[in-house]
Design a protein around this ligand. Structure first.
Ligand code: BO1
Ligand code: ZN
Length: 238
């Protein structure tokens, strides 16, 4: 069988713009009924945060980031590496700046670029996630949101820059309906360490939309890996 993971020497480092600065305005943490999402209050504020290079032909602007996770007893990442599923995954969603709106971007196979980070459980809290984890109790129900008082830059949430050189690249889809095939995916090899109790906070604190009087914990909000079909996955490094 033909190899489906290929090395692509053109996949150099992604250039992160504005990831090292606290953006103007406040981060808004919200429960949209499917996930826990962070966006900036007023979308135009996000114009400071962009990615280029790393094999991307265009500049992409950050819109929001959000999480997918499992349950107290199971894993919740949407991507697997060598068949290994991780407890949680974070997506930083970016839109191609050549399109005027998300609606327009969603009509093109290069419309969105999503950066994906896998999480690994560790014994010690990751203090960079304290603000988000502490905010979860304020967004227990669908539609809840809270503006976070503390400012922070996206860099703080990620592995060290030096560890971002190795990533996987493929063309795929949004992982929630309508699952449009408009995403250039980048999955970083290096996981983010977070404590088991911080992971548990996601599993036990937020809820799916209520059906009647039944409140269901938001768990397993991930899409299972899909067949690769004819797609190829490219690695930036051996
Ligand atoms: S994901 O990163 O593949 N899990 C993913 C899934 C769905 C969306 C984004 C990322 N949905 C879109 C919505 C738009 C919204 C945009 C940015 O996210 O369809 O309405 O504006 O928040
Ligand atoms: Zn996602």
């Amino acid at each position: 069988m033909r190899r489906r993971l290929l090395r692509d020497s053109n996949l150099g480092d992604i250039l992160f713009e504005g990831y090292d600065q606290a953006p103007p305005g406040k981060w808004r943490l919200m429960n949209d009924g499917h996930t826990v999402m962070m966006s900036l209050e007023g979308e135009s504020m996000m114009e400071h945060i962009n990615i280029t290079s790393g094999g991307l032909r265009d500049k992409y602007r950050a819109l929001q980031f959000h999480f997918h996770w499992g349950s107290l007893t199971g894993n919740g990442s949407e991507h697997t590496i060598d068949g290994h599923q991780y407890p949680m995954e974070m997506h930083i969603v970016h839109m191609n700046v050549q399109y005027k709106s998300i609606a327009e971007a969603k009509g093109h196979p290069n419309g969105l670029a999503v950066l994906s980070f896998l999480f690994k459980a560790s014994d010690t809290d990751n203090s960079n996630y304290n603000t988000i984890v502490a905010g979860l109790k304020n967004i227990s129900r669908e539609g809840d949101f809270v503006d976070l008082s503390s400012t922070f830059c996206l860099d703080n949430l990620l592995p060290d820059t030096a560890q971002l050189s190795k990533y996987y690249r493929y063309k795929g889809s949004l992982t929630t309906p309508d699952c449009s095939e408009v995403v250039i995916w980048t999955v970083f090899e290096e996981p983010i360490l977070i404590s088991q109790s911080q992971l548990n906070a996601f599993v036990t604190t937020v809820h799916f939309p209520a059906t009647g009087s039944t409140l269901l914990k938001m768990t397993n909000n991930f899409r299972s890996p899909q067949p690769l079909k004819n797609r190829k996955v490219y690695a930036s490094r051996d």
